[in-house]
Design a protein around this ligand. Structure first.
Ligand SMILES: Nc1nc2c(c(=O)[nH]1)N[C@H]1C(S)=C(S)[C@@H](COP(=O)(O)O)O[C@H]1N2
Ligand SMILES: [Mo]
Length: 348
């Protein structure tokens, strides 16, 4: 069987990964989810030059050759779209109706942004670093043409694991995932990991681009802007990969498996319930790495001798003590869904 993605839209291209196949440490290109706001950009010779300007002593352009020759870092990092699982919010919210597959994991090689900024230097007025992609287009809510752009506060920008990647799984980054340069921001929802990075700007104020000031903000109020908060680190979360929803099982022993992850610290435990949350059973971590930017594979051996209908729940907890809630945190644009996942099965 040829694995496939599930299409949410084609222009721009938005496709989900098949979650039951997210077991490899590195998601291969053909299974990696795709999330785009605009048509794919045209690249040129200039796309290999990386200009940095703004609140630094002197603007500077780094060439592809220079960047490749710099000290590099290789990190396996999962990327999850902030809108992942949006389709489960009640009441429903507008936006791509993602199920659980807007998540994938790759090994990214690149140069720490902190290294580039150590070469350019920073003025004391510097507050944020803006990353502009090469892709652009229109929005339904505003007049004009916009680039995809995002900023990071200085502390996150200077984190040693915030990298300008040029390789994915040992090869140049695939075109649809940001060739030739992509920012990788571990632990943050993936809107921060700007693809087709075109230029970097150091600013002395809060960036106001629409993908920062309008989108990727939590709006708890159904209409107003009361309580608006920026979307940053990923919530603690999990997926049940086996059994599949509405599978029919025989009585006996079954492995319930899945993945769990967090944008703060690491996942320390996953519990599984087969009785609607009345009792919880500790799952075994099947694979968790020392590195905290990856998902953990978990598994629970379920012995079932009574025929009937069951709902399987999974609940992850991280080193920060955060735990998946029963109820999602509803917000108008539908970001950060991480309520306990539930899978219905029938035992015969
Ligand atoms: N230049 C650019 N970068 C971008 C985006 C985009 O539309 N343009 N989408 C962002 C969002 S919201 C997500 S979830 C990820 C998706 O990355 P992928 O398509 O490689 O899976 O890229 C982020 N970086
Ligand atoms: Mo996203």
């Amino acid at each position: 069987m040829k694995p496939y993605l599930t299409t949410r839209s084609l222009l721009p291209e938005n496709q989900e990964s098949p979650i039951e196949l997210l077991q490899e440490w590195q998601t291969e290109d053909s299974l990696f989810y795709l999330r785009n706001h605009f048509p794919y950009p045209q690249l040129s010779q200039h796309s290999f030059d990386l200009p940095i300007f703004g609140h630094i002593p002197q603007p500077k352009v780094f060439t592809y050759k220079e960047i490749q020759a710099m000290p590099s870092k290789t990190l396996t990092v999962l990327l999850e779209c902030a809108g992942n699982k949006r389709s489960y919010f009640e009441p429903k919210v507008y936006g791509e109706q993602w199920e659980q597959g807007a998540i994938s994991q790759g090994t990214w090689k690149g140069v720490p942004l902190a290294y580039l900024l150590s070469i350019t230097g920073l003025l004391s007025s510097a507050k944020e670093v803006v990353f502009e992609g090469s892709d652009y287009g229109t929005r339904t809510d505003m007049e004009g043409v916009f680039y995809y752009g995002r900023s990071l506060p200085l502390d996150k920008a200077l984190h040693p694991d915030t990298i300008i990647a040029y390789e994915f799984n040992g090869k140049p980054i695939p075109y649809k995932h940001g060739y030739p340069y992509r920012l990788i921001v571990p632990q943050w929802y993936a809107m921060a990991s700007v693809k087709w990075l075109k230029r970097i700007m150091i600013i002395d104020h809060a960036y106001r681009g629409p993908f920062q000031s309008i989108d990727y903000q939590y709006y708890p109020d159904p209409e107003g802007d009361e309580g608006k908060q920026p979307v940053t680190t990923m919530n603690v979360n999990s997926i049940i990969q086996k059994p599949l929803p509405y599978e029919v099982l025989n009585q006996g022993v079954h492995e319930i498996t899945g993945i769990a992850w967090s944008g703060k610290g690491r996942v320390v435990e996953v519990d599984v319930s087969v009785d609607g949350g009345k009792s919880w059973n500790r799952a075994k971590p099947v694979f968790s790495s020392a590195q905290s930017y990856t998902w953990t594979l978990w598994s629970y051996t379920w012995e079932v001798h009574d025929a009937g209908e069951y709902v399987i729940w999974s609940r992850a907890r991280d080193t920060e003590g955060r735990i998946q809630p029963q109820q999602p945190f509803w917000n108008r644009k539908g970001y950060g869904y991480h309520a306990i996942p539930k899978v219905n099965v029938k035992v015969e």
